[in-house]
Design a protein around this ligand. Sequence first.
Ligand code: APR
Ligand code: PHB
Length: 391
Amino acid sequence: MRTQVAIIGAGPSGLLLGQLLSKHGIANIVLEQRSADYVLSRIRAGVIEQGAAELLDEAGVGSRMHRDGLTHDGIEISLGGQRHRIDFQALVGKSVIVYGQTEVTRDLMDGRLATGGQTLYETADVSLHQIEDGRARVRYRSSGGAEQEIECDFVAGCDGFHGVSRKSIPEHVLKFYERVYPFGWLGILVDQPPVSAELVYASHERGFALCSMRSRTRSRLYLQCRLDDHIEDWPDGRFYEELRRRLDDQAANALGSGASIEKSIAPLRSFVAEPMRYGNLFLAGDAAHIVPPTGAKGLNLAASDVYYLWQALMEYYREQSTAGLDAYSTRALQRVWKAERFSWWMTSILHYFPESSGFDQKMQRAELEYLLSSRAAMTALAENYVGLSYK
Ligand code: APR
Ligand code: PHB
């Protein structure tokens, strides 16, 4: 087979890039190791920045998000039994849309079906070849077991943190930056109304908690937990009892105790691989970087990477210019590092760090007290949370 862009991975990055390329007449094939149902079964974050929402609209898949998504003009921070609102509209004149990543992925899959884009699910043993000499090839085994090869101009590595793309770049070319946090997030999905109209981020000496949502009838609740915790250690009853202890009274009293329909523990890490390009291979999304979920930046960073790569590929095929492609890594990384900083900062001020000294804890409390008493500090949080400019 031959195409212009071979996309590895049918998560949000790969599907959004594929949709944008197809819409603008650039041929592409998406290869995904899992089934579509498996991809949809993953529970991920649910906050969409305005820039990402505009990109989904540009890809022609934003209508359900605007219909079912919840526009949020702020978040609340729970500290010392008090609730403090960060008013995005008042501070920076912007909002976010609360809409599950699963739904974004579903909309992208439906959009790709509608435009006839080719997605090869359950492909195995994907390998990249000749990515540095302009005659890139992707080899794989089809779901039927046959060995296949795709010739392409470019490969988009949208295959996440554990994918094959980043690992196809010679070690001596890549530089890694990483921080692994000494705790995880235990999350449940439950069909009960959210504790509040907006997201509640709670800082408590017992640990961080977050009350989020997927709709007005479905909540997404998180507890900071130990790295050696297992979901078997956390029956629903214990989860709710601990969550109530970390929340202010208003939120605790509003919390239901419905049976969880999903429960999982995720580790937290900050990770960046540089550069995000090698020859004709371009990395986008989790393949190149990971953020702790505290700032809800994972999906939104994937969107800005895809925007830069889509623009660069359009410029190449329309104007035979490689300027955008040559600038892609530097341009994407500028926004990546700002989001990494914000996600690290939000994680650092809201979580309990087991090894922290008395001084560290005083600094953390002072950071929070300053944040909640300063319009300038809240404005800084707000402009990062709603999403920094793509320019
Ligand atoms: N071959 C083909 N597909 C692969 C391979 C491979 N070798 N390795 C991984 N994949 C697929 C995975 O099965 C997954 O469906 O690539 C896809 C990568 O999707 P994500 O991990 O969701 O990454 P991305 O599309 O960049 O989206 C980032 O997803 O994980 C969240 O928090 C993250 O919100 C962020 C978003
Ligand atoms: C979620 O709804 O899953 C969510 C929301 C905000 C975050 C992290 C996760 O910061």
